[in-house]
Design a protein. Structure first.
Length: 178
């Protein structure tokens, strides 16, 4: 159960309704709907950072899932395990990113650099960029630092508010034995 009431479509303030669409929005949207001004600023930024870009979705999900696990954000770990699978990561790769086992040989040098970068960003931010040098261009490094940093912020947000995962995410995780 969340630490706050999650706003439903019927309760959504006028400025927040556009983010509710036809169905149930994410718990992040439902929480931010308490402050529609934050929601209006946050959602375009989140869409830009996590959307299509020069960094492939698989690589972004390596950063997101690893940061979420390092920050012990249950909501983000569960949600992004499913997203990672959909982005092409195997069950073993996702488990390794969650810290449940060693990194599998399927991770190439570039992906291992992303894991090292994410660990550093969570624990030693001043060292993080060095992990990516030689593997990524500077514009990609800026993007990856933004992805990782935004994920860490959302980890703290979702954990503090004890946001629940969607029923569909919980069912898929259960079906896969996670």
């Amino acid at each position: 159960m969340a630490n706050i009431e999650l706003i439903t479509r019927g309760q959504a303030p006028l400025l927040a309704r556009v983010y509710f669409g036809e169905g149930d929005p994410s718990p992040i949207v439902q929480a931010l709907a308490h402050v529609p001004e934050f929601l209006q600023a946050a959602m375009p930024f989140l869409g830009t950072v996590y959307g299509d870009s020069s960094v492939p979705e698989r690589q972004k999900e390596i950063v997101v899932l690893r940061a979420s696990a390092r920050n012990a954000c249950r909501y983000c770990v569960q949600t992004h395990t499913v997203v990672a699978w959909d982005a092409g990561l195997s069950a073993d790769e996702a488990a390794a990113l969650r810290g449940e086992c060693e990194l599998p040989p399927s991770f190439d040098e570039r992906e291992r650099a992303l894991v090292a970068f994410t660990d550093a960003l969570c624990d030693r931010p001043a060292d993080a960029v060095r992990c990516l040098s030689g593997f990524f261009d500077e514009y990609q490094i800026v993007e990856l630092v933004t992805v990782g940093s935004l994920t860490i912020m959302l980890n703290k947000f979702a954990t503090a508010l004890a946001l629940p995962v969607s029923a569909a995410t919980a069912e898929r995780l259960q079906r896969e034995g996670v």
